[in-house]
Design a protein around this ligand. Sequence first.
Ligand code: FES
Length: 653
Amino acid sequence: SNDPLVVFTPSGKRGHFPTGTPILTAARQLGVDLDSVCGGRGICSKCQITPSYGEFSKHGVTAKDGALSEWNSVEQRYKDKRGLIDGRRLGCQATVQGDIVIDVPPESQVHRQVVRKAASARAMVMDPAVRSYYVEVAEPDMHTPTGDLERLGIALKEQWDIDDITAGMSVLRKLQPVLRKGKWTCTVVLHKGHQDTVHRILDIHPGFDETRLYGLAIDLGSTTIAAHLTDLRNGTVVASSGIMNPQIRFGEDLMSRVSYVMMNPGGDVKMTNAVRTALNALTDTLSAEAEIQPSQIMEAVFVCNPVMHHLLLGIDPVELGQAPFALATSKSLSLHVADLDLTSMNPAARVFILPCIAGHVGADAAAVALSEAPYEQDELTLVVDVGTNAEILLGNKTQVLACSSPTGPAFEGAQISSGQRAAPGAIERIEIDPTTKEPRFQVIGSDIWSNDAGFDAAIATTGVTGICGSGIIEAVAEMRMAGLLDSKGLIGAPEQTGTTRCIPDGRTHSYVIHDGTADGGPLITVTQGDIRAIQLAKSALYAGARLLMDEMGTDTVERVVLAGAFGAHISPKHAMVLGMIPDVPLDKVTSAGNAAGTGARMALCSVEARTSIEKTVREITKVETAIEPKFQEHFVNANAIPHATDPFTILRS
Ligand code: FES
């Protein structure tokens, strides 16, 4: 072709275009990722590009000055008003005049890759369900009697290739004044979910509106609710916050909440109201922290276990308390915020709830699958999301199995005598000297080891207030390794253990971690009851994993991923000494952080991720722990520390 050659970097896409073709048009035709909110009208500046001149043998292009059109008045106006980095051009204004290499900077790429913070980083592609578009709408005239909405539809088709639109009453009511105020230009906020055939107009503003749009990714757990306020243009989390689930006062774990409903007619309504009120308060907190308007929040994505799911939706969860554990629906849900009484967002905002896998395996497990992608692994990978209910996935490229196991809230520091949430002052690391039986510990907020004798100054500010979930796991494992506990989990008397830190406590003994005399703080001990609670929790977790291994026909796994709000903080060695997870080499155990929350954020930022998880969920084989007799057997066998089914590999090494 005699037409000039245009090469885009970093994509390497190239093509010949007639002289005078705008760079934005060339990019569109080649499928190059170049952003545009105003549709090429020189208003939004999202289409910025950097032309390169000189020799580019690598790209086979020699570009000379003049290969792009002259700086034009639209660009000048933009630069005067808003500023433009030197060397940058507006891709919608600059046109092709000769062979040229065009670089698309990251901020001009719509599907910008967002790298996750977590260890098992999977790149996330921005493809949100909610986006805004600037359009110029034809004015009405006497001869073509069409409505404003119809002309807006034509404009969206012509300028953005968007086909079907629908608008609710709130949009229809403001459509006419908005179009006239904007002199027949407007910015529409459109929503299209992964199963929608039409774009829904959520909101409309006169002229070009640059208001940023946000979404909420919410991990609704039985004990805690964690939410991430996320910028829908680039996936950045602008504020995160967590609160206790107020339903706790109706029952600590899932089954006690279901029984509360069975015993108290109307109890489900109370719990539904409680969680919705908490969600509104949490949303207010996040908006205030990020200094945004509630009206900027356009979508909320939820992941939760089946009982939380039904209570959020206002569905009576009793069927989930008895075999065959039928869900009202296992499909993903696309709703309006008003359906859930979520009043602290834009009144037109949407809600997306990830699909559930089965009656005991919820959308939280689906989110973990989305984030950790066991179905993409070569190695047989066990993913455990540790919470009040543990979500367990086992699989590789060939097959993925899932179950959930009722561990109870002990791993989250609840039901533990000195237990507390992970917050400054909580002990999170413990070591016990096997000879002297003396402990030393680290509290959250300080990375210096302390003990009763010597105190780090940082602790003076936070104090030592209790033990968090990862701390209690280490405490029990260290006690076992120091010989303070026998394999049945009994704490020895001072005569047996040789330390006065083992103090009589009723008919049993407790171990003193911190006596509080040095700092006037509380006495912090591990009691026999604490050990029992941890034994029950870890046995349930291990039995669930074991059941999936039976089902898969294997005795070993190749890799373990510890996930969960505090999963990232669990020490692999201590988890294995305790017998929480099957034995694997320690370097094969990794932490994934809050995988369910990450999965929620991926679904919030990507419609494609929603399609993918819907498909994956259908392919996952569910294993029901509650009715499987083997589960009970594994549970009993796993009670010892470490458990009876595996040798004391760690203790020996
Ligand atoms: Fe909006 Fe170029 S596309 S300024």
